[in-house]
Design a protein around this ligand. Structure first.
Ligand code: NI
Length: 174
């Protein structure tokens, strides 16, 4: 496994729509393993393909992950689709590895059910609420070129983008 560089705003690949995966090849399995390692190393609880420069529909997540915790249970979701969302909404503070050190409250459906394909090619469904729901929707958004800052006012979004820009200039991540 190897750690991949994480792409940061305003890179245009973060605004692109990723393409469905047709066959789960060894290259896809390797990509998933690399994405899991990259996510844990960051550390983060979710990472989508666009963020590591790939435009295919795959993301990894482990919402139980805490730094220095040995128990890891990363899920790999291929071609994920939301098949049901609750009417009840939830507001949570979100961050993103592609928008380093910036956080904002985002409102999303409190519970979603997502259909996806796992690494063995089986169709699976996962239902989650609160943090899991926010994470599922945040990562799926990435595959559609949407970032959590897109839900904020233009003023707030530009403020965050300027802060990241300044931070990258002051201390570039190499
Ligand atoms: Ni993100």
């Amino acid at each position: 496994m190897s750690r991949l560089p994480i792409i940061v705003v305003p890179h245009p690949i973060l605004k692109e729509i990723a393409k469905p995966i047709e066959t789960i090849t060894d290259a896809i399995k390797q990509q998933a393993a690399d994405m899991i390692e990259t996510m844990y190393d960051a550390p983060g609880i979710g990472l989508a393909a666009n963020q590591v420069g790939k435009l295919n529909r795959i993301f990894v997540m482990d919402t139980n992950y805490r730094k220095n915790d040995e128990s890891r249970d990363a899920k790999v979701l291929i071609n994920p689709e939301i098949v049901w969302r609750s009417e009840e909404m939830s507001v949570m503070e979100e961050g993103c590895l592609s928008i380093p050190q910036q956080f904002a409250e985002v409102e999303r459906p409190r519970t979603v059910r997502v259909k996806y394909i796992d690494l063995s090619g089986q169709v699976q469904e996962m239902e989650g609420s609160d943090l899991v729901s926010h994470c599922l929707q945040h990562e799926l958004d990435h595959l559609n070129g949407v970032l959590f800052i897109d839900y904020l006012s233009r003023l707030k979004r530009n403020m965050i983008l300027r802060k990241v820009d300044k931070m990258m200039k002051d201390s570039p991540v190499l």
